[in-house]
Ligand binder design. Sequence first.
Ligand code: APR
Length: 179
Amino acid sequence: MARLDVIIADITTLAVDAIVNAANSSLLGGGGVDGAIHHAAGPELALECRRLGGCNTGQAKITGAYSLPAGKVIHTVGPVWNGGGQAEEALLAACYRSSLAVARDNGCRTVAFPAISTGVYRFPPAKAAQIAVQTVMAEVAQALGAFDRIIFCCFDEVAADRHRRALDELGALVPGASS
Ligand code: APR
């Protein structure tokens, strides 16, 4: 079973096989973690993204990472929160599922996720953390050794606590998990 860790870090600094970007459907960059990833990767990332023709909400596409220490960037588009009546929860789960499927298809064994949709897209962060942890745990359990380590890369202590609590509640907090 892959190790699941919660850390507090800037995802652009992580030397993992793949970092996940909380992008928008154009894949042409933006603010937040999307802006940080494009800034750190350099202009070639946008050039490659331009050739992908966008991405639907809940789906994921992979590119190179260029000047980033990560090996690849997996771009996924989270749902904008509109009160919960437009399948937002299912679409957020699909982001984690699609990203792990793309990672697995590309041999990425260590993957770091930001808290998708919890910034500009206004998804309730505690619920998002539960969905993130539940979905990743279920996918990793079925992946039969495809992954070594999945990181929930939080940008602050509050977000990290939410993810740790979700892991605790699911009884999955592995000994020595990074904080
Ligand atoms: N490393 C890790 N996490 C980060 C970083 C970073 N460098 N920068 C921001 N975050 C965190 C935020 O604190 C938030 O918890 O990423 C989470 C997602 O926030 P956003 O980046 O705003 O992403 P999202 O809510 O999914 O909105 C996506 O915002 O930037 C635009 O182009 C993007 O249109 C898209 C939308």
